[in-house]
Design a protein around this ligand. Structure first.
Ligand code: GDP
Ligand code: MN
Length: 394
């Protein structure tokens, strides 16, 4: 799960991470009022979307930049009016862009130097890692590729947490000395506490900045949260903005289905993430393009299978469905009954290939065969993939 920058600022405040004061606005008038409340010249108006690269982005109406430094409430109103209700395209949104329905009005600072700072979960070392760089405000992947020596990595032992010496080492690598080092230790520690206590998998500050009056502040924030921990993160869950998410993925999460939309035309309905991955692979191997990843889990019910069919068919690109179920814990006959009920309920009219294997498979196949529905049965993965690709590609 992700959150908006204005929500990240609320977490910054709670955990004591230094960051300029900001107020969120949904209308141009609110933006003007927010600017008056902050009450100073030197403000920044920032489009709120779940994507980075806003500063260099362009709105579909031609207006340039999702981040503008301004001075007066009138300007705040004017700029907010040009952003709200418009679609912002950045290198992270894809060409379709993202609709801006909120803007952040924040105190602007004069930047002396920009840094990159991130805390993330690192699978390779099975620990948390901090990545810091003197090359702030830039695309970190590019820095990693062209000037890897400008990136410092520090691993955090999950049992003992971030240590003071590690903060000082990181600060020194950014050339933050004296009073700035003390600020850095405080800020890094506060961010670490935020990251750990909020079950984040990523906190990225780009840029972390030193201002002209030598204050170290977080000027941007990208957060990812571990979805498996949301049950114990009530405050974080309350920040979820489902309008920023793929509506099919939102619907899937309501039914406990793992769904990820893709660009192809062959929908897959599979039990188990590993089997789902290999199903997608074998579809591609035989010349098809998967329309989604969909794992209905080990104990799929008829309701889940029906919901899955509806989500799949909500995608106009879908020209055929491949159901690949391995009846381990599941009884194939129950799955077959669920598939038939779902196909009838949604009046399925596109090719459906079903491969069942495992527990009670003969009864399951017999149920499908006697349903009277146009379902193609497949004997194994290859047979299934070839049949659905042939049906879709004609
Ligand atoms: P992003 O483009 O989505 O990553 O959005 P950022 O929040 O990082 O803003 C883009 C750029 O705008 C930053 O890299 C900064 O250089 C600049 N910026 C952001 N906030 C301020 C501010 O308060 N004052 C000034 N002068 N520039 C800012
Ligand atoms: Mn940024």
């Amino acid at each position: 799960m992700n959150i908006h920058e204005y929500q990240a600022k609320q977490l910054f405040e709670k955990f004591g991470v230094a960051s300029p004061k900001g107020i969120v606005a949904s209308t141009a008038a609110e933006a003007g009022a927010a600017a008056r409340e902050i009450g100073q010249a030197g403000l920044v108006v920032k489009a709120q979307i779940h994507a980075g690269g806003r500063g260099k982005g362009t709105f579909k109406n031609g207006f340039k930049g999702g981040v503008h430094v301004i001075n007066t409430p009138e300007e705040a109103e004017d700029i907010a009016g040009k952003m709200l209700g418009q679609t912002l395209v950045t290198h992270q949104t894809g060409p379709e862009g993202k609709l801006v329905s909120k803007v952040l009005i924040a105190k602007s600072v004069n930047i002396k130097k920009e840094y990159y700072f991130a805390i993330l979960f690192d699978r390779v070392s099975s620990s948390h890692a901090i990545i810091a760089s003197t090359e702030g405000g830039m695309n970190i992947e590019e820095v990693a590729e062209k000037t890897p020596e400008k990136i410092t990595k520090e691993f955090i032992n999950p049992a003992i947490g971030l240590q003071g010496y590690q903060c000082r080492k990181l600060a020194a690598s950014l050339n933050l000395r004296g009073a700035l080092m003390n600020q850095a230790v405080k800020l890094f520690t506060a961010l670490w506490n935020l990251y750990l206590k909020s079950d984040c998998s990523l906190v990225e500050i780009n840029p972390l900045s030193v201002t002209d009056d030598d204050q170290l502040v977080a000027l941007d924030a990208k957060f990812n949260f571990d979805d498996n921990s949301l049950y114990r993160q009530k405050d974080v869950t309350a920040m979820r903005d489902t309008t920023e998410e793929d509506p099919r993925e939102v619907a899937a999460s309501e039914y406990g289905l793992n769904y990820i939309g893709l660009d192809g035309n062959i929908a897959c309905l599979v039990n188990g993430a590993g089997l789902a991955m290999s199903t997608m692979d074998i579809i591609k191997f035989h010349g098809g393009e998967p329309a989604n990843f969909l794992d209905v889990g080990g104990g799929a019910t008829k309701e889940q299978v029906t919901a899955a069919f509806k989500i799949i068919l909500g995608d106009p690109n879908v020209k055929g469905i491949l159901v690949n179920i391995f009846g381990g814990i599941m009884d194939c006959n129950i799955i077959a009954t669920g598939i038939i009920a779902a196909a009838q309920e949604v009046s399925l009219s596109i090719p459906l290939v079903v491969r069942l294997e495992g527990n009670n498979v003969e009864a399951g196949k017999a149920t499908l065969a006697s349903s009277g529905l146009k379902i193609t049965s497949a004997s194994d993965l290859t047979d299934a993939a070839q049949k659905i690709v042939a049906a879709v590609n004609g």
